[in-house]
Design a protein around this ligand. Structure first.
Ligand code: NAD
Length: 352
């Protein structure tokens, strides 16, 4: 990458990382002076949420179990109203990007957020919020939604099933690779993105094969943190734009959509990236990054056809037209014909 000028804005969150780090939650809340928090937990995290609720003791004022994907705006309104009625002074999220995303909507209204992620989504490291209503996604960027503290405990990911591990991990790889060519890419974000991609591509197969492997789980979670930071500082581009469009239009599963689309967007840009394409390939551990991420996802058992994830064939033309009408900055010009063939290949599940 030849860069003569750039702007870089780092992520100011405090990160507490390590096996058993979740047991430090009460101390971290005390450190922030939070004494009446709302706990938002993914449905899958109910048992762990019970344990956290006990540890929070008098600091817990109200609890929400079951965040829904894509953060429906009516749920965000309902939870924000309830948090106000119990006079909450902060919010704790436990779960994947859906729980974090719901917590961010309270943070946007002024409640300090502490996030305890249990997937590799990376949302906890970005100032980006998003809500969905009537199939349309509204997103925004505000430093207020960044968690004050993020507690990463790899033990919380041991129960993430292999296919979710693989898909969520590939969405983090997507953050890393797109951060390399996004409009805000810089010499400060690039090394982080490459290191995150390498960590994820090396650790994910081991975490899928042996979910209780502490080394693989730790490395993958560090990679996810780096991925979120890289995305936050470099921004997103064509890949995330297509995923958001597909996810909100057809209610596709977020992480799996990332995994299926990534090889094709990387392949679309690879030819014009020059030396960066070679660095990406090294990070992914393959001759070409596009085939590398495809083979990795297939090896971990992921379905690579958007048609199997619920995207209708008519979506190829619809999404190509929508995105080409207002294209994101991208190394290779984005036009309808190119997008159609990219989406067709991803819909059919072909290799890049
Ligand atoms: P998710 O939070 O919906 O979790 C996926 C599934 O995994 C859910 O069923 C959940 O209950 C389950 N789960 C979570 N942790 C588990 C665990 N440890 N063990 C077992 N099951 C577990 O999905 P996600 O992929 O984590 O996040 C996707 C969402 O995050 C999307 O809405 C996306 O838009 C958002 N996101 C936002 C940003 C941002 O910067 N704002 C970045 C990345 C993702």
């Amino acid at each position: 990458m030849t860069v003569s000028r750039f702007t870089y804005e780092g992520v100011p969150s405090r990160v507490v990382f390590g096996s058993g780090a979740r047991h430090r939650l009460a101390d971290e809340l005390d450190r922030l002076g939070l004494s009446q928090v709302v706990l938002i937990a993914s449905g899958s995290s109910r048992a762990e949420a019970d344990a956290l609720a006990t540890a929070l003791d008098h600091r817990l004022t109200w609890r929400v179990d079951g965040a829904r994907r894509h953060v429906p705006s009516d749920l965000a309104e309902e939870v924000a109203g309830a948090a106000e009625s119990v006079d909450a002074d902060g919010v704790v999220t436990l779960g994947g990007g859906s729980a974090t995303g719901l917590g961010k909507m309270l943070a946007l209204r002024g409640l300090p957020l502490v996030a305890v992620p249990t997937t590799y989504a990376g949302s906890e490291m970005t100032p980006v919020w998003g809500v969905t209503s009537n199939g349309r996604r509204e997103t925004g960027r505000h430093t207020r939604v960044l968690p004050r503290t993020v507690i990463y405990d790899p033990e919380l990911t041991y129960g993430l099933p292999p296919l979710l591990t693989a898909a969520s991990g590939m969405s983090a790889v997507a953050h890393c690779l797109e951060a390399l060519w996004a409009a805000g890419a810089s010499p400060l974000s690039g090394p982080l993105a490459l290191d995150g991609a390498r960590a994820l591509c090396e650790a994910l197969p081991a975490a899928v094969a042996e979910p209780w492997d502490p080394k693989a789980r730790s490395r993958a979670l560090v990679g996810a943190c780096q991925a979120g930071m890289a995305l936050a500082t470099a921004g997103s581009g064509l890949h995330h734009r297509l995923c958001d469009e597909l996810g909100s239009r057809y209610d596709l599963p977020h992480a799996q959509t990332h995994a299926a689309l990534l090889p094709h967007v990387v392949g679309f840009n690879e030819a014009v990236l020059g030396a960066l394409a070679a660095r990406m390939a090294v990070a992914v551990g393959a001759g070409r990054a596009s085939t590398g991420v495809h083979d990795l996802a297939v090896r971990m058992g992921l379905s690579m056809a958007l048609s199997e994830l619920g995207m209708p064939e008519s979506g190829i033309a619809e999404v190509a037209a929508e995105v080409a009408a207002d294209p994101p900055p991208n190394p290779r010009p984005v036009e309808v014909a190119g997008l159609r063939s990219l989406l067709r290949a991803a819909w059919e599940g072909d290799g890049p």
